[in-house]
Design a protein around this ligand. Structure first.
Ligand SMILES: NC(=O)c1ccc[n+]([C@@H]2O[C@H](COP(=O)([O-])OP(=O)(O)OC[C@H]3O[C@@H](n4cnc5c(N)ncnc54)[C@H](OP(=O)(O)O)[C@@H]3O)[C@@H](O)[C@H]2O)c1
Length: 266
């Protein structure tokens, strides 16, 4: 009934290769309904009491081990999928090629750096937001997005893709990823976008860092559902199973949770 998981120390970049092996995406089925579907992984950090932010950002909850896992997960992904609000709040730049994982990516036929997909219903992204004009960035939106914001982003060099009419459809997002050959999707949040993935039953794996802090306050949780205008239910019950648990010298705990029926890479 109970299983004891041996903790593994994750302390520095030296363990990157080991981490990359542990977090390797599972092989895609060669045939059947799952063959074309991207594997959707999310990476989030929360405090012991479940807060996703401290002082408005997630960075205050991080540490060296967390940053190593974050880096490796980016290094394994074809595309980073992120809510526009998170990308701007957290000051995202364009994803960079990571020399330490270059050989791994090349062996899998991946581009040197992951693409970036910003999800936004209202297109409230500043046109001068640095990643917008990058050819590796796509903004996933819907046809009802305000025309003036659409125009401003296009003028700034953005690539916009409509994934629905009144809302950004999660399934249309994943179809676009499949069309672009992005089979390894990494969602970095935020909670609203993760909520949409969970509600659509599109999440295959959750990588969750528990930061060794209590935060209190009114910070949100990692999954937010039922946002206004989303048409989503206010709560979901989505079962996952544990795949691995790591700790580091700073007291962080790194868990991986898989959808039932998904093969673990361990
Ligand atoms: N602890 C962590 O691991 C973690 C990770 C990420 C973010 N965060 C924190 O979470 C906070 C932001 O929370 P949030 O829930 O507002 O973040 P979010 O999921 O990034 O949502 C923010 C915005 O992204 C767009 N968006 C998200 N999901 C969408 C969907 N399904 N369809 C269309 N647009 C969508 C919307 O942009 P428009 O308004 O433009 O339509 C939305 O207002 C920030 O403080 C951030 O620092 C924490």
């Amino acid at each position: 009934m109970f299983h004891l998981q041996k903790a593994t120390q994750v302390t520095s970049d030296d363990e990157l290769g080991q981490l990359a092996e542990l977090y390797r995406y599972p092989p895609r089925p060669s045939s059947g309904p799952g063959a074309a579907a991207p594997f959707v992984r999310a990476n989030m950090v929360a405090s012991i009491d479940g807060a996703v932010t401290y002082d408005g950002k997630s960075g205050g909850l991080g540490g060296p081990g967390d940053r190593a896992v974050f880096r490796v997960l980016r290094g394994l992904a074809d595309v980073i999928l992120v809510g526009a609000g998170t990308a701007t709040t957290e000051g995202y730049g364009r994803p960079q090629a990571d020399e330490a994982l270059a050989a791994h990516r090349e062996s899998l036929g991946q581009a040197p750096a992951p693409a970036l997909a910003l999800v936004s219903r209202s297109l409230s992204i500043p046109p001068d937001f640095e990643p917008v004009a990058d050819p590796g960035t796509v903004v996933l939106t819907c046809t009802s997005a305000p025309a003036d914001r659409r125009r401003a982003l296009l003028d700034a060099g953005a690539t916009l893709v409509d994934c629905g009419d009144d809302t950004v459809s999660t399934m249309a997002i994943l179809d676009h990823c499949a069309d672009r050959g992005w089979s390894r999707v990494l969602c970095e949040g935020g909670p609203s976008l993760l909520g949409s993935l969970v509600t659509a039953d599109a999440l295959d794996e959750l990588c969750l860092t528990t930061s060794p802090h209590l935060v209190g306050g009114d910070a949100g949780r990692i999954v937010a559902t039922g946002g206004s205008g989303s048409g989503e239910p206010s709560a979901v019950l989505h079962a996952l199973r544990p795949a691995s648990i790591l700790t580091d010298d700073d007291g962080f705990v790194f868990t991986r949770w898989l959808r039932h029926g998904r093969a673990s890479t361990m």
